[in-house]
Design a protein around this ligand. Structure first.
Ligand SMILES: [Zn+2]
Length: 430
């Protein structure tokens, strides 16, 4: 009986142990499953976290790239603000103008620059910008500086001026159709080479393309109104002619004329009688050769001496290799008949028209010069529109005679611009 009880207990114990073990095992299994799940979760979490880290890293990289991009933009913006600030009160412009004024003459490049700064400071309507651009344009006519011509033309266009801009000056996007382009080009070149008055030889050759801006010595388009179409005539500070009076400064310049005889060619251009001179006649200023292009007459003389004009003046117009103009003025005083003028008057066209070249008539411009070469000299301008400045004047002190009848036979009763303000210029004499 004891044994049976023992066996039962043992069996129970075994069952118990087994049950315990199974429970244990079962528990273990659950735990390891949980661990595995946990592990997966952790791994997933890790993965997500790595993705997040990568994203942050990428974002950071992007940020730094953006910062690198922003830096120059910010710098540019700061610079723009600085420029705007500097220009806002006009002080910078005033400084530039002052420094430019202290120089006797501004280059075309500087005029364009001044126009641009003025436009930035004062807006597109600023008349000073217009003037600067116009001056640059006029000055550039003397040489063939396309970039300055373009800058000035585009500046005027930007300011709302009705101006024909050279086709080649326009950005490609603004260019017209070829046919139109050709037309606008022609108009612009007519404008560019336009009416230089009596002082430019090629004027008459291109008279067919001349812009239809008329000017005269009286009435609607008289000298007081020239500035409306030709701003330099009104606003220029070195205009010709002058009333020549002291005090004078001592001139150290040496001037000699070497004029040659050649076939006579004359034109009545509606403003004066002009003699176009074949190449070879020269004026030498301190040894620098200036080619004589043409000479023409004014009645009475444009220049005055101590407030008094002479009966007439001959202007001999010269140009050096750099395009600088020099005018030699010979005053004609009423007196004996002038043999040189006798030849000229016998051949001159009385009505406006093309150049005439009378058969077999030669002329030496030197016939109209006095023996003595003492002079008054100053920086001036063309005395006809567009009144371009940068022209050196030498007015001889010695006069030559002209008969009263010869003066009366000149077909222009009055073709003299009034004297202009000296504006601080020096008149020198040798
Ligand atoms: Zn003249």
């Amino acid at each position: 009986m004891k044994r049976t009880i023992f066996e039962v207990i043992l069996a129970l114990a075994l069952v118990g142990a087994g049950a315990f073990g199974w429970t244990n095992w079962k528990q273990n299994q659950t735990a390891s499953k949980q661990v595995a799940e946990l592990k997966t979760a952790t791994e997933e979490a890790d993965k997500a976290s790595k993705e997040k880290t990568d994203a942050i890293k990428a974002a950071e990289e992007e940020m730094s790239a953006l910062r690198a991009e922003m830096e120059p933009l910010e710098k540019a913006a700061r610079q723009l603000t600085a420029v705007k600030g500097a220009l806002a009160n006009g002080a910078t412009l005033a400084d530039i103008e002052t420094s430019y004024k202290s120089q006797k003459k501004l280059s075309a490049e500087r005029q364009v620059g001044l126009g641009a700064v003025r436009m930035l400071t004062k807006g597109a309507e600023d008349p000073g910008s217009l003037e600067a651009f116009r001056k640059a344009l006029e000055m550039s006519e003397l040489g063939d500086r396309k970039n300055i011509v373009c800058a000035a033309q585009l500046g005027l266009l930007a300011a709302g001026e009705k101006i024909t801009v050279l086709a080649e000056c326009l950005p490609k996007s603004l260019r017209l159709e070829p046919a139109m382009e050709d037309k606008s080009g022609k108009e612009a070149s007519a404008e560019k080479t336009g009416d230089k008055g009596n002082h430019a030889k090629d004027d008459d050759k291109k008279s067919g393309e001349k812009k239809a801006v008329q000017w005269s010595y009286d009435g609607e388009m008289g000298p007081e109104r020239w500035g409306k179409e030709f701003p330099t005539c009104a606003k220029g500070k070195s205009q010709s002619p002058l009333d020549i009076r002291g005090p004078f400064v001592k001139a150290r310049t040496v001037v000699t004329a070497d004029y040659k005889e050649g076939p006579l060619k004359m034109v009545n251009n509606g403003h004066t009688i002009q003699v176009n001179v074949p190449a070879g006649s020269k004026l030498r200023i301190d040894g620098v050769a200036y080619e004589l292009l043409q000479f023409h007459f004014h009645r009475p003389s444009e220049e005055k001496l101590d407030g008094k004009p002479m009966a007439m003046v001959v202007h001999f117009v010269h140009k050096n290799a750099e395009g600088k103009l020099a005018v030699l003025g010979v005053l004609l005083k009423e007196g004996n008949e002038n043999p040189g003028i006798k030849t000229l008057w016998a051949n001159m066209p009385l009505e406006e028209g093309p150049e005439v070249a009378p058969d077999g008539v030669n002329f030496n411009p030197g016939n109209l010069l006095p023996r003595e070469f003492d002079f008054y000299s100053y920086e001036g301008s063309l005395t006809t529109p567009p009144c371009t400045e940068g022209v050196r004047f030498f007015i001889l002190k010695s006069t030559v005679n002209v008969a009263k009848e010869q003066v009366a036979a000149f077909p222009f009763k009055r073709n003299a611009r009034p004297v202009q303000a000296l504006n601080g210029r020096e008149i020198s004499t040798n």
